[in-house]
Write a protein that binds this ligand. Structure first.
Ligand code: IPE
Length: 274
């Protein structure tokens, strides 16, 4: 029985966040090669990816994170007709991004097994519902893949955004033999003591627990989920179940590789509340 590594590829890392539905294919190919190397090293990898410009912009415009809003007016420059239309569009755009992810994996001879959350998960947040059974089987070369998505929500809300950060948290805690959870993020080396624009190399927090303050940009004009703060808090939740958790700069292949294999690397190790 092989040990498992769960990795989250942040949406800001694998897409150009300012341009609607634009993947970063170079980064995707680099990241896929790290998954292949881990599989060659005898690990099972479960991959969860974010949305970046494939999910956040349209979801934000149509306030999909707030659920159904009776009588919501069509935003000025929207090409959707209603919130429900936007729900379908975001789901299909997420499948489109996932297709790029799968192509990158396949080019490394891996076999992706995709589980789109809107087909098996309901409700949002760390206690969302849905069986993780589908992620358990594994034959050599298969990589289970899922992603942040618009899912059904019980009651008046009808739908909401399930973040990949909530998916990794449940997967890392509930599946057996998970050794490590790695967050590969875009543009920063980990959690920082000062805002990213002002940070020097010394401002990286190398070991973080929820009682330590940090500064992270949360682009609330763009993001419908919780930005780096959500990753930190879900990371701490996972760490409290004795799974190693680390956040690294996903734009640097060697760091992602080392983090996945558990080797010392520049990044932020996340621990439970002290
Ligand atoms: C967001 O998922 C999903 C949608 C907006 C549809 P994540 O929360 O995992 O995405 P990133 O990593 O912040 O882009």
């Amino acid at each position: 029985m092989r040990d498992r590594i769960v990795i989250k590829w942040g949406g800001g890392l694998i897409t150009d966040k300012s341009l609607m539905c634009t993947p970063n294919l170079e980064v995707l190919n680099d990241l896929a090669s790290t998954v292949a190397a881990c599989v060659e090293n005898g690990f099972e990898v479960i991959l969860v990816h974010g949305a970046g410009s494939f999910g956040h912009l349209r979801s934000k415009k149509w306030r999909l994170n707030e659920g159904y809003i009776e009588g919501m007016k069509r935003p000025d420059d929207s090409d959707c007709t209603s919130q429900l239309d936007a729900v379908h569009r975001v789901r299909s755009e997420m499948l489109e991004l996932n297709q790029h992810v799968c192509e990158a994996l396949e080019s490394c001879q891996l076999i992706p097994h995709v589980h789109p959350p809107h087909t098996w998960a309901t409700n949002t947040g760390p206690d969302f519902s849905g069986s993780l059974e589908g992620f358990e089987s594994n034959s050599a070369g298969t990589v289970h893949v899922t992603f942040g998505d618009v899912v059904s929500v019980e009651g008046e809300k009808q739908f909401g955004i399930l973040s990949g950060d909530d998916l990794v948290a449940r997967i890392a805690v509930e599946l057996p033999r998970v050794q490590r959870l790695v967050f590969a993020i875009g543009g920063v080396d980990g959690l920082l003591r000062v805002p990213p624009k002002e940070a020097t190399d010394e401002d990286l927090i190398e070991r973080w627990s929820p009682d330590v303050a940090f500064e992270g940009i949360h682009e609330s004009e763009i993001d419908v989920t919780g930005g780096i703060g959500l990753k930190a808090s879900r990371g701490a939740l996972v760490a409290s179940h004795d799974v190693d958790v680390i956040m690294v700069n996903g734009g640097i292949r060697e760091r992602v590789m080392a983090a996945m294999l558990g080797e010392p690397v520049r990044g932020t190790i996340i621990t439970k509340k002290q």
